[in-house]
Design a protein around this ligand. Structure first.
Ligand SMILES: Cc1ncc(COP(=O)(O)O)c(C=O)c1O
Length: 381
């Protein structure tokens, strides 16, 4: 099939001070959650145009920036977001940090599912709050919610951090699950921060369910960013969407006080380009990632590798059950990277309790996926 964008094109990220590719010369990295794909030409053009202007001073956020998000959400998710609900923030992590600081006190509990995105735990502990972890139940290669445990934990917590779709397990929460989460937060007056940064990465079938579409809740905060789907994380541009005015003003003040509420010179125009011209890019990117995942899955089956890929069709982060081979994912990952110079992340990093998972970032050129498969086969046979 002819495509408009070339995801096979190599990008030599070692030459770009890439955090993910700061590895030995002959190695390959499947770690940090950004992609190895060239950005859409429309976005690059917006950056070039901006760079060609000869003054790089302070910048404000124009209405077109929020209007681009609104258009994207209306067309892609049939969801109507209002302009006044938006606040700019330099990054989702900066927002998480500010929200924890402004909505909870030292020593209070912040609830979240485990395993989960590692930085959430850091934000909680760095601010001297307590992580109230609700382990997701892993059974028959699927994760489900222990509702009793969640309710018990929410009854003791001030804030719940949701990750929808979920890094690292790739779970897409259903409408019913999201509804129930909101109801429980409501019951115990718990603020609900839903980090939906991975929303656009939903391949094969569309099954991402935006929490804001589910049910009204006056303590709901939605965190969004084009960082993952358009490979723009380094530009530092994200938003919070908060329908409740009082809550919004409080968080907006917090972001300003923490000095993370102002855009950089390059935070605006590329994002407008992404959300006004990026539909086809994301569609083709999802198709490419889906093919990578399918290749891995079929390779494991064909070669009798007992590696189980978990999760739905969301995010480019593959959560792989290695329990047939090891119950020490840290040792597994270290040994594998020492032998082949290929880098993965062990599940412990995400508070996975059984030490039998690894996370593989598959947003890379197919040739890297083929190389990884061959090395895994060599290692495990
Ligand atoms: C769930 C989740 N939230 C936030 C981030 C980071 O977002 P930002 O770069 O905007 O801080 C990541 C990156 O991996 C992520 O997976």
């Amino acid at each position: 099939m002819r495509t408009r964008y070339n995801f096979d094109k190599e990008t030599n990220r070692k030459a770009t001070h890439s955090y993910k590719w700061n590895i030995p010369d002959n190695g390959a990295s499947f770690t940090v959650a950004d992609t190895d794909f060239e950005v859409a030409s429309e976005i690059q053009q917006a950056i070039v145009n901006r760079a060609k202007q000869s003054t790089y001073g302070y910048t404000y956020v124009p209405d077109e920036y929020y209007e681009a998000y609104i258009r994207w959400w209306r067309d892609r998710y049939q969801t109507e977001l209002k302009k006044e609900w938006f606040i700019f923030s330099t990054s989702v992590v900066a927002s998480v940090d500010t929200i924890i600081k402004r909505l909870t006190e030292v020593g209070e509990r912040v609830c979240l599912f485990s395993p989960n995105y590692n930085v959430f735990y850091n934000c909680i502990s760095n601010n001297k709050r307590v992580a109230e972890e609700v382990n997701l139940t892993y059974q028959n290669h699927e994760y489900s919610i222990d509702w009793k445990k969640l309710e018990e934990s929410l009854s003791k917590s001030k804030l719940f951090i949701h990750c929808n779709p979920h890094n690292p397990i790739g779970k897409q929460y259903s409408i019913e699950e999201n509804e129930k989460i909101i109801s429980l937060c409501k019951k115990y007056n718990v603020y609900l921060l839903s980090d939906e940064i991975h929303s656009d990465l939903d391949y094969n079938e569309k099954r991402y369910n935006p929490i804001i579409k589910t049910k009204e809740y006056e303590r709901l905060i939605l965190a969004l960013s084009p960082g993952k789907s358009f490979n723009l994380a380094g530009l530092h541009s994200s938003v919070l969407v908060i329908p409740n005015e009082e809550l919004r003003l409080k968080i907006e003040k917090g972001l300003q006080e923490d000095d993370v509420g102002e855009p950089s010179y390059f935070s605006i125009e590329p994002v407008i380009a992404a959300y006004t011209k990026g539909d086809e890019y994301v569609q083709e990117e999802n198709a490419y990632i889906y093919e990578n995942k399918k290749y891995l899955k079929e390779f494991f089956i064909k070669n009798y590798l007992n590696l189980e890929i978990i999760g739905g069709n969301a995010t480019y982060l593959l959560w792989v059950d290695i329990s047939h081979y090891s119950n020490d994912s840290v040792a597994f990952v270290n040994d594998f990277s020492n032998k082949y110079n290929l880098f993965l992340i062990d599940g412990k990093h995400y508070h996975e309790s059984q030490s039998s998972f690894v996370r593989i970032n598959i947003a890379t050129q197919k040739k890297n996926i083929i190389h990884l498969c061959n090395c895994l086969l060599d290692y495990l046979k």
